[in-house]
Design a protein around this ligand. Structure first.
Ligand SMILES: Cc1cc2nc3c(=O)[nH]c(=O)nc-3n(C[C@H](O)[C@H](O)[C@H](O)COP(=O)(O)O)c2cc1C
Length: 415
């Protein structure tokens, strides 16, 4: 991830960066108690769990607080202290080891400063005066500092997930959106056949309210092949490109599902085990030409790919007659939204998934989405030249419903 917000303090930002006061802190003079310094040190401190270490361009290692997106020079003495504060420690516990690094030998001042900068967090005070015993006990019992205030609401995320979320909240990098945008159309090398699809205009449809009421994930399919006209209607209604949006040079298109910045990074591949009129194999849907491009015949590797991305995660007894594999050409979105592109691609995926899901229901097709993503993406139908350019983001099982379609097993709400 690139250094993000130029307005945030960074290692290269002397007046603001608490990192530069670390030199004071770790050296000599003894400033008075800092602003907000506690008058007792019974509460233990712990390293802010949102801190990650990254390398600034030519600037050495930098600590990044993924919650506030502040940055601090990662001096060895600080990293050493933070290593120890993987678990809660009181100032008294650290006094012996750190007094020489602290101003005037006062570790409390050092810790309070680091806490004020957000590098450390205060934990809840132990229930008794025996701070040390209580802290050790909490760690031993819970394996972590249970009951303290180290964790934010939303706990359960890793620091990496918080980093992506916090970075996305900052908006795109100022340098994004320059130069030539990547094309909105993917041309697969090595296509061995192109199948023009019917437009699906004569396929059935129902009122939206009925479709919403009927939509559900289906985990059992009739053994019959999927009729190509229904599959073509699904792709036309849910994913076909309707035209370019101005300015055309930006490679923005208008399609049935919305997409951040009209970047439409997503590509649909079809894994066709049994579709009428198609030889079994893998295909790429070209949403501009409304055509399927055949990439590979059916093989054991393709069957295994469908098994691990669709059949197993959807808990199906049998492989579905067809499945869709959703991938992203991330460069389309990063070109305009670098820094927040991943979150936009995931949201685009949700939009396309829902559009496909409702359209399948409307057409009388049964479907089940799966969130399985392979990274690195090694689908057997991918040419090596595209492996690094396509990110796998989701899948959908497709088939005809068994008759009658089983009702979902739900517990009615109490009146
Ligand atoms: C993003 C996403 C990922 C999903 N991944 C899976 C999956 O991997 N396996 C699965 O069985 N269902 C998956 N589902 C389907 C959900 O389990 C299903 O929507 C949920 O159980 C509610 O049932 P309903 O769709 O019938 O309302 C996924 C749904 C979404 C939206």
């Amino acid at each position: 991830m690139k250094p993000a917000d130029r307005h945030q303090p960074t290692a290269a930002d002397p007046p603001e960066g608490p990192d530069h006061r670390m030199d004071d802190t770790t050296a000599h003079d003894a400033p008075g108690a800092p602003h907000g310094a506690p008058d007792h040190d019974a509460r233990p401190y712990r390293r802010n769990p949102d801190l990650l270490l990254e390398w600034a361009d030519g600037g050495g290692p930098v600590l990044v607080d993924c919650g506030s997106w502040r940055k601090f020079a990662a001096k060895p003495v600080l990293v050493d202290l933070l290593n120890q504060l993987d678990r809660p420690h009181t100032a008294d516990q650290l006094q012996g080891r750190w007094q020489e690094s602290a101003p005037g030998g006062d570790v409390r001042t050092l810790l309070a400063r680091l806490a004020a900068a957000g590098i450390l967090r205060r934990c809840a005070p132990p229930p008794t005066d025996a701070a040390e015993a209580a802290v050790e006990g909490a760690v031993d019992d819970a394996g972590d500092d249970a009951g303290d205030d180290v964790r934010d609401p939303g706990a359960g995320w890793t620091a990496y997930e918080r980093a992506v979320h916090a970075r996305s909240g900052l908006g795109p990098d100022a340098a994004a959106g320059r130069g030539t945008p990547p094309p909105a159309r993917l041309h697969h090398p090595g296509v061995d056949a192109a199948i023009a699809l019917p437009d699906g205009a004569d396929a059935p449809s129902r009122p939206l309210a009925d479709v919403l009421a009927a939509r559900r994930s289906v985990r059992g399919y009739a053994p019959d092949p999927v009729p190509l006209p229904l599959l073509a209607a699904l792709l036309a209604r849910a994913a076909r490109v309707r035209g370019h949006l101005a300015p055309r040079a930006y490679q923005q298109t208008q399609r049935p599902a919305p997409s951040g910045g009209a970047r439409h990074s997503l590509e649909i591949h079809l894994v066709a085990r049994a579709v009428t009129g198609l030889s079994p194999g893998a295909y790429h849907y070209d949403p501009f030409a409304h055509a399927l491009h055949r990439l590979a015949p059916w093989t054991d590797e393709l069957a295994a790919f469908q098994q691990r991305t669709v059949t197993d995660p959807a808990l199906l007894d049998h492989a579905p007659p067809a499945s869709l594999c959703l991938t992203a050409v991330a460069a389309r979105t990063t070109w305009k939204y670098e820094g927040m592109a991943l979150s936009l691609i995931y949201r685009d995926t949700g939009c396309l998934m829902q559009t496909l899901s409702l359209t399948a229901t409307d057409l009388g097709l049964a479907s089940c989405l799966t969130g399985r993503m392979e990274a690195p993406f090694t689908a057997p139908f991918l040419p090596p030249s595209l492996r690094a350019h396509l990110s796998h983001v989701g899948n959908m099982a497709l088939g005809l419903p068994t008759s009658p379609l089983a009702a979902p097993d739900v517990t009615p709400l109490a009146p």
